[in-house]
Ligand binder design. Structure first.
Ligand code: GAF
Length: 391
């Protein structure tokens, strides 16, 4: 959605031009899944798909929200909310994300006195590509600019996470908001979620003759549902049983000893599997960083595929559509493939030679049709810029 279109629609809705237009992207996570609430490592990059927001300040304690095209919703009326009435659990539709950000900013003591907001999104929703984080971050960045808050990007991400955890009620980690706020074009973001230290890792696939395809299975997922929270609770239980602050503290070399310590009865089995995924996944992120920094991009393929097996067999958050996308991509010549994001639906990614893209896309589409699944949406993901002001 172009900035000009969003600006014009804002003027139609609110009767004056907006003070500015901002954009924040969705993301693909290359590797490092469910590690973020275990103080671990993640490695997302920004998509070209983004949420664009035209925003003006208000001084009367009113927040007006309008969205052009939140997927699955008919374009509705302008929603008007009183800032003093904002409270966790009061909104149960898309407005909870921007309203939650305003609530989190004010709760942290920032002087936000109201706003008119018009949003348009090109990020597929429920596809594991962080459409909600993009929605939060674009609003946070616009308000930060307009009210002169000058918050660092990591802090904006934290406030957005608070909006999602407390206001919306989804117990997610910090990866998606940080990705949307901090990613850079042509790079993947190596983020240590313990202290939020970051490194931008050059990730120029085109220069290598490679492509990264996203297969949106169209199986919708939601993190406020119970399964995400159950995995999180299981990881916390594992950390407590092992006497560490977070599973990040279990060293890869000490994994066998840790698994033994957890015992071998049936009850311990689930926790053991969760621990094994987190510890090996952190190692995989480090491995991908090493390979990318040494210029061996093709060699990350098998590491991605290993990550999928771990999410499917140990963390148990894949689904038949994601497995079919991954298996078909690999059989059609992908160098590596895995599900990406929170799981239970959403998207898979496949790393492939540029020359293999058409064959691979066709193979996935045919496999979905043969299985009787809804047609997937397959597109190329190019590492794109993070959140920014457009005008
Ligand atoms: C979702 C969450 F929002 C993230 O915090 C992260 O846990 C991810 O699932 C899994 O890696 O996107």
């Amino acid at each position: 959605m172009g900035a000009q279109q969003v600006r014009e629609r804002f003027a139609e809705l609110y009767g004056a031009a907006p003070e500015g237009v901002w954009a924040a992207p969705g993301r693909v996570n290359l590797i490092g899944e469910h590690t973020d609430y275990n103080d671990g490592f993640v490695m997302p990059f920004a998509l070209p798909h983004q949420v664009t927001a035209a925003v003006s300040r208000r001084t009367d304690g009113v927040l007006r929200l309008h969205s052009a095209d939140i997927e699955g919703e008919v374009e509705g009326e302008v929603v008007e909310l009183a800032l003093d009435g904002l409270a966790p659990g009061t909104d149960d539709d898309w407005t909870a994300y921007p309203a939650g950000v305003v609530w989190a900013l004010r709760e942290a003591g920032h002087p936000v006195t109201g706003a008119d907001v018009h949003l348009a999104s090109t990020v597929p929703t429920g596809a594991g590509l962080s459409s909600s984080a993009a929605l939060e971050v674009v609003v946070a960045l616009a308000l930060d600019d307009l009210f002169g808050l000058e918050l660092p990007r990591w802090k904006l991400a934290r406030l957005c996470q608070r909006a999602e955890n407390v206001y919306v009620g989804a117990p997610t980690g910090i990866m998606d908001q940080t990705a949307s706020a901090c990613c850079e074009e042509g790079h993947a973001l190596f983020l240590d979620t313990r202290d939020l230290s970051q490194r931008q890792i050059p990730f120029d696939l085109a220069a290598e003759g490679l492509r990264l395809l996203v297969v949106d299975t169209r199986v919708k997922h939601a993190h406020s549902g119970g399964e995400y929270g159950k995995r999180r609770a299981g990881c916390e239980k594992g950390a407590a049983l092992l006497g560490v602050d977070a599973l990040r503290d279990v060293a890869y070399d000490g994994l066998d000893a840790a698994l033994e310590e957890l015992g071998s009865d049936e009850d311990a089995d689930e926790v053991r599997r969760l621990v094994r995924h987190i510890v090996t996944e952190n190692r995989r992120v480090e491995r991908v960083v090493e390979l990318l920094t040494s210029g061996d991009v093709r060699a990350i393929g098998p590491v991605l595929t290993e990550g999928h097996a771990s999410l499917r067999d140990d963390f148990r958050i894949s689904c038949p559509e994601l497995d079919l996308a991954v298996d078909t991509a690999l059989a059609a010549g992908a160098l590596g493939a895995r599900m990406t994001g929170g799981g239970f639906g959403g998207s898979a990614i496949a790393l492939a030679e540029a020359s293999a893209v058409d064959t691979l896309t066709k193979a996935v589409e045919e496999a979905f049709a043969a299985a009787g699944y809804t047609a997937p949406r397959v597109f190329e993901a190019v590492p794109s810029p993070g959140a920014r002001r457009l005008g």
